[in-house]
Ligand binder design. Structure first.
Ligand SMILES: [Cu+2]
Length: 143
């Protein structure tokens, strides 16, 4: 294997010296790229998922609004990017209204449907509120 790699390297050098196209670089690239790309691919399904909720599991009408990351930690700051926000709104009293930047998404107050939003979060301040109950509010910053 080592000998083959060395041979490939020589080939790259020769081709480069001859002014060849970029193909040899493409062949050398994959050896290092997967380790860098894999966390990204995994993060697309995990780290970019946020959980929004109003109420509490055993008390849907509780005056509580939360936004947590995939580790269950309250969201305070986030890197800019595309996120999937899974919202649980089991209450007929509350809604979950997310706004900031170009984002303005809400569940309905009387409805109890869950929702999943794909949002593009740009740097700036965001908030989530329950519109009928302004004391139910949270804020976070996208950097
Ligand atoms: Cu409310």
């Amino acid at each position: 294997v080592r000998r083959a790699a060395a041979a490939a390297l020589v080939l790259v050098l020769l081709t480069t010296a001859c002014g060849g196209d970029a193909e040899p670089e493409d062949e050398a690239g994959p050896a290092s790229e997967p380790s860098a790309a894999a966390p990204d691919a995994a993060g697309g399904g995990g780290d970019n998922v946020l959980i929004g909720a109003v109420g509490e599991p055993d008390d849907p009408d509780a005056f509580v609004i939360t936004l947590t990351d995939s580790d269950g930690e309250p969201v305070e700051t986030l890197p800019a990017g595309e996120y999937s926000i899974q919202v649980s709104d089991p209450s007929e009293l509350h809604n979950f209204h997310l706004s900031g930047g170009d984002v303005d998404e809400t569940t309905t107050v009387p409805g109890t449907d869950d929702a999943t939003w794909t949002v593009d979060l740009q740097p700036g301040d965001y908030e989530a509120v329950c519109d009928p109950h302004p004391q139910m509010q949270l804020a976070f910053t996208v950097t």
